[in-house]
Design a protein around this ligand. Structure first.
Ligand code: GLC
Length: 449
């Protein structure tokens, strides 16, 4: 459904040459059927229409992916306790960001989306803002207030002159490694792709671990996020935000695909890699049979739980890179926007203010090993005690952040990339042919062919 919705969305933005004028009706009909089904399945549709008695608390509805729907429970309870006239209704959605994005897109396109608060992945902002679905928050915050947030997170909430998302938590991709295994073999953490391969092979031989390196290879948004890092590590780029130039067919991009392909072909990464999202790679890493894992900060708490076989044995490093190049850390992260058509704009704004508070974010960080978008929390003694590497997380972002293309057509650009990476991994196309096709389609998408 993702691709269908995206093609329909693209018509909203009216880009790219050679668009057929005779097909929108079919596309629209197909898209609407899919969307209606999605909404019926999640049982959401009635929510927007539910009338509330005038003295009842105002109910704000928000869609959250697994596992955040559970993780938000404690701060949501606190919000309700401090704001007795407000209720926060959390609807639990699927875990993949693109699946949640599809649900929002469907609800907005059909009109009267039931969600008042929109919990937004940084990757969605240009599309949602350009489509006019979000309230512009620029006049709600002073420059001094905005300066309290990490600059990349603020930039990720902007589109043209507007501000559509208040940052909540940030994310950056990095390398997790088993320090016990590396120490046993007298190895330093790898810095280059070749060192990662060599260390993996050596430890698979000498320490009897099954796998060297775990990464997300399924055809979904996490593949694009991961690839953006490897691409940057080879000195390449996806889409230049200034010129809209596309770099997917350049030698660096082909080298990036070949590196990933090689990890599977040589048995460093499991054959199932092309079906893995973040949770599968984490589960495998946690069993103790792998040396390296690419993932986000939330992994920290998961590998250090009392029942984790690798508790206390894991350390982090920036992603590896080619000699002479720099690491890349995909800039991820989530923040809050307001549905422009909400019937409760002031209540929604009060919620944004509440979840923007340092004490609330501190609680969320301590409970879940996330990284707050508020810079001040990096100096908080409780957070430093709980996460000695917290400052390193922020530094990784400061030094190595890689953006996914901040364009309204991003979801489609990501679909194109995922499709051709999958073709290369499965062997149905060579890396060179796959990336040439990906570049061609991306240029046509952006109207720069
Ligand atoms: C994390 C990131 C988000 C990214 C997603 C991909 O949730 O915060 O930006 O799109 O992972 O799986």
């Amino acid at each position: 459904m993702h691709d269908l919705i995206n093609r329909w969305i693209s018509r909203l933005f009216n880009r790219g040459p050679g668009r057929s004028r005779s097909r929108p009706l079919f596309a629209l009909a197909g898209a609407l059927v899919g969307m209606a089904a999605a909404i019926a399945v999640t049982g959401l549709w009635h929510l927007g229409a539910t009338a509330q008695p005038s003295d009842a608390p105002v109910e704000l509805t928000m869609l959250l992916h697994v596992p955040e729907a559970q993780q938000w429970r404690t701060i949501a309870d606190r919000f309700e306790a401090e704001n007795p006239d407000l209720r926060l209704k959390i609807i639990e959605g699927p875990s993949a960001t693109n699946a949640i994005e599809d649900l929002h897109t469907a609800a907005f396109i059909l009109g009267d989306s039931p969600y008042d608060l929109i919990y937004l992945d940084v990757a969605w902002v240009p599309k949602f803002a350009a489509a006019g679905w979000l309230m512009d928050l620029r006049d709600r915050l002073t420059p001094a207030q905005l300066a309290e947030y990490l600059p990349g997170d603020v930039a990720g909430g902007r589109y043209r002159d507007g501000l559509y998302r208040l940052p909540f938590r940030t994310d950056m991709g990095m390398l997790y490694y088993r320090k016990d295994l590396l120490e046993a073999a007298g190895l330093e953490p790898p810095e280059t792709f070749m060192e990662l391969i060599a260390a993996s092979e050596q430890l698979q031989r000498s320490q009897g671990v099954d796998w060297g390196y775990l990464w997300q290879g399924k055809q979904y948004e996490g593949l694009s996020a991961m690839f953006a890092e490897v691409l940057a590590g080879f000195g390449g780029f996806w889409v230049d935000p200034e010129t809209q130039a596309v770099g997917l067919d350049e030698p660096a991009a082909i080298a990036a695909v070949e590196f990933l392909q090689r990890t599977i072909a040589s048995g460093i990464s499991p054959p199932g890699t092309t079906t893995y999202t973040e949770p599968e790679t984490l589960r495998l890493f946690r069993t103790g049979n792998s040396v390296f894992l690419r993932n986000w900060p939330y992994v920290w708490n998961e590998v250090n739980r009392p029942d984790s076989p690798i508790r206390g044995q894991v350390a982090i490093a920036p992603m590896v890179h080619a000699p002479g190049e720099r690491s890349g850390a995909c800039q991820g992260g989530w923040g809050l926007g307001i549905n422009r058509a909400t019937r409760h704009p002031e209540a929604a704004w009060r919620a944004l203010e509440f979840f923007g508070r340092a004490d609330v974010q501190k609680q969320f960080v301590l409970e879940n090993s996330y990284v707050s978008s508020l810079r001040s929390l990096a100096d908080d003694p409780d957070i430093q005690a709980a996460y000695p590497q917290y400052r390193t997380w922020v530094e990784i972002l400061d030094n190595y952040a890689v953006l996914r293309p901040p364009v309204p057509q991003y979801a489609q650009a990501s679909d194109i990339l995922q499709r051709y990476l999958t073709a290369a991994f499965s062997g149905s196309m060579t890396p060179t042919d796959a990336m040439a096709a990906a570049a061609r389609e991306t240029r046509s998408l952006l109207g720069t062919a």
